[in-house]
Every structure is written in C-alpha cells, then in structure tokens.
Design a protein around this ligand. Structure first.
Ligand SMILES: NC(=O)C1=CN([C@@H]2O[C@H](COP(=O)(O)OP(=O)(O)OC[C@H]3O[C@@H](n4cnc5c(N)ncnc54)[C@H](O)[C@@H]3O)[C@@H](O)[C@H]2O)C=CC1
Ligand SMILES: O=C(O)C(=O)[C@H](O)COP(=O)(O)O
Length: 376
C-alpha cells in the first residue's frame, strides 16, 4: 500500500509505516502524477484536493487532512468517487485557544491595558472559539459569543448578534470556517463597514482564515484608525500576505496558531485512527508516546500571580514574540512563509508544564487554563 503524505505532518512516517510505504512530499506543490498510485493521501491545508489533483488516482481509498479546516478539499468530489474522507476536528483547538489568549495578554502588557477589565467577543463558538473562551473564563474575563448557527441549533450557551459584539466588545477574536455561500457565509465577514464599526481602541484577532477579513479594507481602515490593534495569524493570499498589512499588525505570524506539537500530533493520530477503522485494524498508539519531553518539568508558584507574571510563566511555554519577530524578516518571495511553518516545531501547550502553587486560590484557575497540576 502506498501512503502519500505532506512532509509537514509530524509523526506521519512513525504512524503510517505499518500500512505500507510512506512517501513524503511538499504539500503545496503536490501533483496529479504523484497521487496517481497512492492508496492513501494525507494532506494539510496547503493542498487543494480536487478533481484536477485526483484525475489519475484510481487506487485511492482514503484522503485525510490533519487539519480542522476543510475549505481546501472538494468533499463532494470525494463522495462521488467513493473515496473515504476525514479531517481532524478539534485536533489543534487547544493550541488556537491558547494562542489567542497569549496574544491578548501580550497586547495587554504592551499597551498597559489589563485583559481582565475587557469584554471579549468570540465569533464562531465551535472547537477553537470555545477553547479561547475556556482560557478567558478561567482567567476571569467577560466573554460574549456570536454563533447564529449554533444558536439556531438550540445550543444551551447564550449568544449575541454580530452587531452586538461589534458594539460591546473591546476585543474580538474570529473562529469561523471559511465559507463562500449561504446565509452565514464568512468570506469577508469583516468588510470595511464592520471594521469601521469596531469600538474605539478595539483589538481584532484573526486566527481562522485570512479571507474572513477583507484585507484591502483592513489596510484602508487601519490607516484612519490607528487606535485599532491587530493580531493576524492568517492572511488573504497565503503564502504571500499583502506586504502593507504586516507592519500594521501588532503580532503577525504565518498561520501557526494551531501549531503546537500536541495539536499536530493529535491531527496525524486522528487520521491514523481513521485508517485503522477503515482497514479494520486495531489502533495502539497514543499521543504521549509521540511527544518529546518538555524542557521544564515542574514550576512552583509561591505568591498570587499578577497578569504580567502570568504572561512570564506562559512565555516559558511559548513566546509568540519570537515568531512575530521572525515573521517580519522572512523572504516571502522565496518561500519564506512555508519554510517558517515547516520548521515550526518548538511550541508546546500549557499542559506540558506542571505547576504547583503554594497559594490555594491560584490552583483551580491555573488548572482550568490548561496547565497540569502537580500530583500530591
Ligand atoms: N490558524 C490556525 O492555525 C487554525 C485555523 N483554523 C480555522 O478555524 C476554523 C474554525 O475552527 P473550529 O472552531 O475548530 O471549527 P468548528 O466547526 O468547531 O467551529 C466553527 C463555528 O463557527 C460557526 N460559524 C459558522 N459561520 C458563522 C458565522 N457567519 N458567524 C458566526 N459563527 C459562524 C459554526 O456554527 C461553528 O460553531 C477552521 O475552519 C479553520 O479554518 C483551525 C485550526 C487552526
Ligand atoms: O487545522 C486547520 O484548519 C489549520 O488551519 C491548520 O492548523 C493549518 O495547518 P496546515 O495544515 O496549513 O499545516
């Protein structure tokens, strides 16, 4: 059996070699001739999986994307060809949630404007949106949710309209899939009108898909609204973001909000489990067996923790400023965006750090944030 996998999919060889020969390829430039003799195709968000790519793929039984988003896959085409498909829902939701929370703490410090005093609006209350909300709620920040689809489905959480979010929130974080049609389409959900409706001094974070914000409109609005602060992890036209937009963002990164080692491992593992199911084979692997040891094991906190101290602890696990700084210096024309993503293997989730607190009042919120509590 031949398994063709994106080379930017950690642990693909370790997990899939039990099924046959694993060939690693550049996902961005994968061709129809490469997929022609594949039985299993494993991709990430940079591969457009469609009729053109699969024109000669007569043996293909399964396509898996180790991502949450599926806007790069023509799922109807796969269905029509009887090719099984799976994405990895939720695999990197914790990573995105922590990334957005960390970015908010960084802005709070940079502008001496405490996060705890803000109201944060989350647009899209699925796996990633809920993960951000979990961090914020654990930390005691007021959160409003906007998700008309979940609301219509009868989800028991309370929801606001997008207009409400725009009017009431100091911080807005976007967590919707990219959709081109329908009543709730998200392409250019944030157009010039909505961008101009943001509250004075608002912070806008985009960790979902670049096209959810009209990037040209964002450049235009930002020119007359220096009060707005932007965190942009995703960009229209990746891997070539608009060069004028990058300096306008406080934090700018190359679509790596979901790139924790844990998130990537979970994504690959979820596809491995799907293939086991498809082939009727037992799945024996777990993510702990895949992950390397974290550089710090235990941390003991002796006092109550201020916001800037929390950020100092978090920077031990992941310092987003490093990625921001590197991003601003990469050579976009010569593949810098993808290179930075491929070599991104340093980030861990909060759970990698075991925190013991001598102060009882710290314990529950530290654990709710996702850090691991010390055992007895
Ligand atoms: N930057 C990164 O590295 C990553 C980006 N993503 C992106 O984030 C997106 C969301 O991921 P999840 O939260 O896991 O997906 P999800 O499917 O769990 O949740 C998305 C939510 O958005 C809601 N929604 C759809 N249209 C909406 C609209 N017009 N207004 C408000 N809510 C709307 C849906 O009802 C759903 O509850 C993915 O589709 C992917 O494109 C996901 C992971 C990593
Ligand atoms: O899961 C998603 O959806 C994402 O956006 C991924 O985190 C993006 O990673 P790549 O698939 O582009 O490596």
């Amino acid at each position: 059996m031949k398994i063709l996998a994106d080379e930017n999919m950690p642990y693909a060889e370790d997990l899939f070699r039990e099924f046959g020969e694993v060939e690693l390829v550049d996902g961005r430039s994968i061709t129809a001739s490469q997929t022609a003799d594949a039985d299993i195709l494993l991709v990430r968000s940079v591969t457009k999986v469609n009729q053109q790519l699969l024109a000669n793929s007569n043996k293909l039984k399964f396509v898996g994307t180790a991502t949450i988003g599926t806007d790069h896959v023509d799922i109807d085409y796969l269905l029509s060809k009887n090719i099984a498909f799976s994405s990895a829902p939720g695999c990197n939701a914790i990573a995105v949630g922590e990334f957005a929370f960390i970015a908010m703490l960084e802005l709070a410090k940079r502008f001496s404007s405490p996060l705890k005093e803000k109201t944060v609006g989350i647009v899209g209350a699925g796996n990633t949106g809920a993960a951000v909300a979990r961090c914020l709620t654990a930390y005691g920040v007021k959160v409003l949710l906007c998700d008309p689809i979940k609301e219509a489905e009868g989800d028991s959480r309370s929801f606001c309209s997008l207009d409400d979010i725009l009017a009431r929130c100091d911080v807005i974080s976007l967590h919707v899939p990219l959709t081109q049609n329908g009543e709730f389409k998200t392409c250019y959900l944030f157009d010039e009108l909505r961008l101009n409706a943001l509250k004075k001094n608002a912070w806008l974070l985009n960790c979902c898909r670049g096209e959810v914000i009209d990037n040209n409109a964002l450049i235009k609005v930002k020119q007359t609204r220096p009060d707005l602060k932007l965190v942009l992890d995703v960009w229209e036209g990746e891997p070539f973001p608009m060069s004028e937009l990058i300096p306008l963002a406080e934090l700018a990164t190359p679509h790596i909000a979901g790139y924790s080692m844990e998130g990537k491992a979970r994504g690959t593992l979820m596809l491995y489990q799907k293939v086991c199911e498809l082939l009727n084979r037992p799945s024996s692997k777990s993510i702990t067996s895949l992950l390397p040891e974290f550089m710090v094991s235990n941390l003991t906190v002796n006092t109550s923790i201020s916001e800037s101290e929390l950020l100092r602890i978090i920077r031990l696990v992941y310092d987003v400023r490093d990625d921001d700084q590197k991003f601003r210096s990469i050579d976009f024309v010569n593949g810098g965006f993808d290179q930075m993503r491929k070599s991104h293997r340093h980030r861990r989730e909060f759970s990698a750090l075991i925190i013991e607190s001598c102060i009882q009042s710290n314990v529950s919120w530290i654990n709710e944030l996702g850090f691991t509590g010390a055992k007895g």
